[in-house]
Design a protein around this ligand. Structure first.
Ligand code: G6P
Length: 611
C-alpha cells in the first residue's frame, strides 16, 4: 500500500530521513518508490521501480537537503513502473506531489487539462492532480496554499498529499479519507502516512482531519480548515516503540495481520474486479492469456501454507475450467523427474518469492519450456522476477511467521485466476461471472463480520486449549482449509494437529478418536455438507468432541456438535476465504493461552532460502 514521508527542518538530512522512513513503510507493501527535493530553485525527482533499496542506491549522490518528500507506491492507476512512481512533477514544473488514495474524477480533470495543452507522462491519477493544482495556481495567480485549497474543491475521491514547489519554503499537506500525520520535532517536521516514519524523530504528532490543509515550513506548522481558516492543532504524544506502533495495539503481529485481512483481501481485489466490462482484470497475465487458455495441464508448486492455497487452486481451476491441475510440494517436484512439456503451465505460489525449493522447481520447469506464473506477495522478489507472468497478492509485509493475510491473499488471487480462465473458456457465462465478482467484492466485509465476533471464537478456543491432539476435517475445497487450520495450530502452539479429508478419516485416523482428541470440521453448506455431517456423527459415536465451522444455523448440527462457529454465506467457490478466518483466531488464542511466542514459533523461519 502506498506510503508517504516528508521532512522539512533546520538540519540538512531530509533525503536520509525520507529514505529511512520509506524503508520503515516497506511493511505496507509497494511496487515502486521515489523522492523529490529542490536544488537551485528547481524540483528534482528520483524514482525507481521495485524496492526502496533501488531508490536508495539511485539517490546516493544527492547533496544534503533540508526539504524532501517521498513515496512508496502500490499501483492502482497504471502499472508498476518508474514513470508511474511518485513524486509526480507538474507539467510546467511549478510543483511536485506525492499522493495516497484514488482520485475518482481524474479522467474528467485530465480531459479539461488536455484541452488546456497539458501533456501527461504517466497513467496515474496523481499526475492529473499535480497538473490540476498547477493549472489552478497559474490560471488564478494563487500562492501554493490557496491553489491546493481551491483545486481540491473540484476533486472527488480519497487523498493524502504533500506538495512542494521550487521556492522550497514549505510542504503543503492535505487529506481526505486517507491518513496523514505531522510529527513535531525539535528543529524539524516529519510527515508520514502513518506514525512509523516519525517515531524517534518527534515526540509529538498531529493527525490531520479530513479536509484540513497543513502548511509546514522550517519553523512553523499551520493548519487550515475547508474554508481556509486557521484552526490551530492539538498535538498528541507519540509512542516511542516502533514495534508497538507497527502492531497497532494488537498483542502480536499475527493478530494484527489476521485483523488486516478485510483490507488486504480488498487490496488484492482492488482494480481487478472493477475492470471495465464483466472481465476480471489481471494485468500481469494478460500477455500470456493465449498460452494459458490452451494449457493441457497446470501444475502448481509451493511449500507450507502456500501449498494449501495451491490445493484450493486445484479444486477451483479444475472445477471451473476443466483443465487438469497437479499440485506438488516444490521439494518433491524437483526430484521426482516430472513430465514437463512446452504446453505446460507451472504456477509457483509463494508469499516471500524467495523460498529456495519453490524457486528451484520453477527454474527447472522454465528450463524445460513451461510457462511460469508467479502468485507472489513480495514485489520484485526472485520468483517474481523469474516468472514469465504473474499475479501479485498485495497483502503487505507479513511479519508473523505463521502466514495468515498472505494465505488469504493467495486464495483471492488464485480464485480470480480460476474465474477469469473459466469465463474466457466459456465454462461460465457473464451472469455467473457477475455473481462471483459481486460475491468476491463483499468478502472483505464478511471477513470483518467474522473478526467482529472474535470473542465468541476465542471462548470456544479457551475450552480446548489444553487438548494435545486435534483432527481437522473437511471435504472438497474444505479439505485444504482443514489442512491449513491444522498447520496453523501446530505451528504456533506445538499441539499435534492433522488435517484430513473427512471422507478418508474412517480409513485410519478414526483410530485416534476418543474424548481426548477433538475434531474441527470445516463444513459450509455446499455439495458435500450432508456427507460431512455423517462423518461428524461417526466421530460423535466414538465420544470425540466436535467443533464445526459452518455458514448457516442447522438444528441437527447444533445438537451434534459441541461448538458451532457460524460464518457469513457466500458462493461455494469462495468459502475458503471465510472458513479460514475462525481457524486462525482459534489457533492464536490457544497458543496465547499456552504462552507461546506466536510471532516467532520455535524452529520456523519466515522465509526458507535453503533447500
Ligand atoms: C516457511 C514458512 C511458512 C511458509 C513457507 C513457504 O516454511 O514458515 O509459513 O508457508 O515457508 O513460504 P513462501 O514464502 O514460499 O510462501
Amino acid at each position: 500500500m502506498c506510503g508517504i514521508v516528508g521532512y522539512i527542518g533546520r538540519e540538512k538530512k531530509a533525503e536520509k530521513v525520507v529514505i529511512e522512513g520509506l524503508y520503515r513503510l516497506e511493511y505496507r507493501g509497494y511496487d515502486s518508490a521515489g523522492l523529490a527535493y529542490v536544488e537551485d530553485n528547481k524540483i528534482k525527482v528520483v524514482r525507481a521501480k521495485g524496492a526502496v533499496s533501488g531508490l536508495d542506491k539511485k539517490s546516493s549522490n544527492i547533496q544534503p537537503q533540508d526539504l524532501a518528500i517521498g513515496h512508496t507506491r502500490w499501483a492502482t492507476h497504471g502499472k508498476p513502473s518508474e514513470e508511474n512512481a511518485h513524486p509526480h512533477e507538474s507539467f510546467k514544473g511549478e510543483l511536485a506531489i506525492v499522493h495516497n488514495g484514488i482520485i475518482e474524477n481524474y479522467k474528467h480533470l485530465k480531459e479539461l487539462l488536455m484541452d488546456e495543452g497539458y501533456i501527461f507522462n504517466s497513467e496515474t491519477d496523481t499526475e492529473v492532480l499535480a497538473n490540476w493544482i498547477e493549472h489552478t495556481k497559474l490560471k488564478r495567480d494563487l500562492n501554493l496554499v490557496d491553489a491546493v485549497h481551491e483545486a481540491l474543491k473540484f476533486v472527488h475521491g480519497a487523498y493524502a498529499i504533500c506538495v512542494v514547489e521550487p521556492s522550497a519554503e514549505m510542504i503543503v499537506c492535505a487529506k481526505k479519507s486517507s491518513p496523514l500525520a505531522v510529527g513535531i520535532g525539535d528543529d524539524s517536521f516529519i510527515i508520514g502516512s502513518d506514525a512509523t516514519p516519525i517515531i524517534g524523530r518527534a515526540k509529538e504528532v498531529i493527525y490531520l482531519e479530513d479536509n484540513q490543509i497543513a502548511i509546514v515550513t522550517r519553523d512553523k506548522l499551520q493548519v487550515k480548515d475547508i474554508d481556509n481558516r486557521d484552526t490551530g492543532f492539538f498535538p498528541e504524544k507519540l509512542l516511542l516503540d516502533l514495534q508497538a506502533v507497527e502492531k497497532k495495539g494488537f498483542e502480536s503481529f499475527m493478530m494484527k495481520e489476521i485483523h488486516e485481512q478485510p483490507e488486504t483481501i480488498a487490496d488484492c481485489l482492488r482494480g481487478r474486479l472493477a475492470a471495465a466490462g464483466p472481465e476480471i482484470a489481471l494485468g500481469g497475465i494478460e500477455d500470456v492469456m493465449p498460452r494459458l487458455l490452451r494449457a493441457k495441464k497446470i501444475t502448481i508448486v509451493s511449500c507450507g501454507t502456500s501449498w494449501h492455497s495451491a490445493l484450493i487452486g486445484k479444486y477451483l481451476i479444475e472445477s471451473l475450467t476443466r483443465i487438469p491441475v497437479e499440485v506438488d510440494y516444490a521439494s518433491e517436484y524437483r526430484y521426482r523427474k516430472p513430465i514437463i512439456s512446452n504446453d505446460d503451465v507451472v504456477v509457483g505460489i509463494t508469499q516471500s518469492g524467495e523460498t529456495a525449493d519453490t524457486k528451484a522447481a520453477l527454474e527447472m520447469a522454465k528450463g524445460k519450456g513451461a510457462l511460469i506464473l508467479g502468485v507472489v506477495n513480495v514485489v520484485g522478489s526472485s520468483i517474481a522476477r523469474l516468472s514469465n507472468a504473474g499475479i501479485y497478492t498485495h497483502s503487505g509485509t507479513e511479519i508473523g511467521v505463521a502466514s495468515t493475510k498472505a494465505f488469504t491473499g493467495q486464495v483471492a488471487a488464485i480464485t480470480m485466476l480460476a474465474i477469469k480462465l473459466s469465463h474466457r473458456l466459456g465454462h461460465i457465462d457473464d451472469e455467473k461471472l457477475m455473481d462471483l465478482k459481486d460475491a468476491l467484492a463483499i468478502i472483505p466485509d464478511q471477513v470483518q463480520e467474522i473478526l467482529d465476533d472474535s470473542a465468541a471464537i476465542e471462548s470456544v478456543a479457551s475450552i480446548y486449549a489444553n487438548y494435545d491432539d486435534f483432527l481437522y476435517l473437511g471435504r472438497g475445497i474444505n479439505f485444504p482449509v482443514a489442512l491449513e487450520g491444522a498447520l496453523k495450530l501446530k505451528e504456533i502452539s506445538y499441539i499435534h494437529a492433522e488435517g484430513y479429508p473427512a471422507g478418508e478419516m474412517k480409513h485410519g485416523p478414526i483410530a485416534l478418536i476418543d474424548e481426548s482428541c477433538p475434531s474441527v470440521f470445516v463444513m459450509p453448506h455446499d455439495d458435500s455438507y450432508e456427507k460431512t455431517v455423517s462423518n461428524l456423527q461417526e466421530i460423535r459415536a466414538r465420544s470425540g468432541k466436535v467443533i464445526a465451522v459452518t455458514d448457516k444455523e442447522d438444528k441437527n448440527l447444533t445438537e451434534a456438535a459441541d461448538a458451532v462457529i457460524i460464518i457469513p454465506k457466500t458462493e461455494p467457490e469462495l468459502t475458503p476465504l471465510l472458513t479460514t478466518i475462525p481457524l486462525q483466531i482459534f489457533s492464536h488464542k490457544i497458543a496465547r493461552i499456552r504462552n507461546k511466542d506466536v510471532d516467532k514459533p520455535r524452529n520456523l523461519a519466515k522465509s526458507v532460502t535453503v533447500e
